[in-house]
Design a protein around this ligand. Structure first.
Ligand code: ADP
Ligand code: F6P
Length: 319
């Protein structure tokens, strides 16, 4: 193998640049030529390749987003779209592809592998919703962004003795809500993977209020409901002055944490090593601090589960 390409696809995540840097540097270290594909699968179908040298990835390890841009493409889901992508790869003499993205991006990579093109995945999404890996790239940074917001909201919640509902991202997964809620000392955390009992939540708020607790923070994962709907229900049932904050896309940006820089560096290098070892159709993951490789089909056939012991711990610590 002499020439490989790398692309970022789906929602961007802090740490993607660290992974691109590692792919390029590990590849060049092994005498490979590296090409970046701009705009994910859209750019792949259009042949939007850019040569990446050692210097192309200088000064990016600390930057959020992705220097290769990201995109979503409906056309790539079709046979015609995948054929265009394969024609572009082969026409440019590329022999292996590294896809940094979420489960949708891996479904696309699996199609390329099934059609005979060696593809390796790196899980990059703030949602932490990919099975078979303890962490995805960007999750740690997103959790840190959320706890920074919780700390700030706590200041004003305390001053005004208000109840705050904070809606966080995660698509269908509750990991961001769970980890940030626990680390931010939230009174309640609502996640899609656990039953939401608003009567119980309101009772706990009222009991806390009777004990002298005048402010509360409730974290709602977007996969449960909108923050405003939960805020309205709490206001109606408790009569407490309640405000709602939707953190939105700020959770996707920012300089990656040390953890995500390290994870991106390790996963990027591992992906190159796997291609060189002749592997294809696998995703890099981290389990118990070790790099592992899992077939796409195995990862995609499973359902991600957050650590529900953390959920129980959060309930215990927020009484
Ligand atoms: P993520 O990778 O973050 O989960 P998406 O689900 O939006 O993001 O997927 C990113 C892109 O991957 C899609 O826009 C599409 O081009 C490609 N993709 C998703 N699902 C499939 C599929 N079943 N077959 C082929 N390509 C897919
Ligand atoms: O998958 C990452 C994510 O940020 C989810 O948490 C969120 O639901 C979604 O992407 C938002 O997507 P968009 O960028 O299309 O608004």
């Amino acid at each position: 193998m002499k020439r490989i390409a790398v692309l970022t696809s789906g929602g961007d995540a802090p740490g993607m640049n660290a992974a691109i840097r590692a792919v390029v540097r590990r590849g060049i270290f092994n005498n490979l030529e590296i090409f970046g594909v701009r705009h994910g699968y859209q750019g792949l179908m259009e042949g939007s390749f850019v040569p990446l040298e050692l210097g192309s990835v200088g000064d990016i390890i600390h930057r959020g987003g992705t220097i290769l841009y990201s995109a979503r493409s409906e056309k790539f889901k079709t046979e015609e779209g995948q054929k265009s992508a394969l024609d572009q790869l082969k026409g440019n003499g590329i022999e292996g592809l590294i896809v940094i993205g979420g489960d949708g991006s891996f479904r696309g990579a699996l199609q390329l592998t099934k059609k005979g093109f060696p593809t390796i995945g790196i899980p990059g999404t703030i949602d932490n919703d990919i099975p078979c890996t303890d962490f995805t790239l960007g999750f740690d940074t997103a959790v840190n962004t959320v706890i920074d917001a919780i700390d700030k909201i706590r200041d004003t919640a305390t001053s005004h003795e208000r109840t705050y509902v904070i809606e966080v991202m995660g698509r269908d997964a509750g990991d961001i809500a769970l980890w940030s809620g626990l680390a931010g000392g939230a009174e309640s955390i609502l996640i899609p993977e656990a039953e939401t009992n608003l009567d119980d939540l309101c009772q706990r708020l009222i009991q806390g209020h009777k004990r002298g607790k005048k402010h509360s923070i409730i974290i709602v994962a977007e996969g449960v409901s909108s923050g405003s709907e939960i805020g309205n229900l709490i206001r109606e049932r408790t009569g407490f002055e309640t405000r709602v904050t939707v953190l939105g896309h700020i959770q996707r940006g920012g300089s990656p944490s040390a953890f995500d820089r390290l994870l991106g560096s390790r996963m990027g290098a591992e992906a190159v090593d796997l291609l060189l070892a002749g592997e294809a159709g696998v995703m890099v993951g981290i389990q118990n601090n070790h790099m592992i490789a899992v077939p796409f089909e195995e990862a995609l056939s499973q359902t991600h589960q957050p650590s529900l012991d953390l959920y129980d711990l959060a309930r215990t610590l927020s009484i």
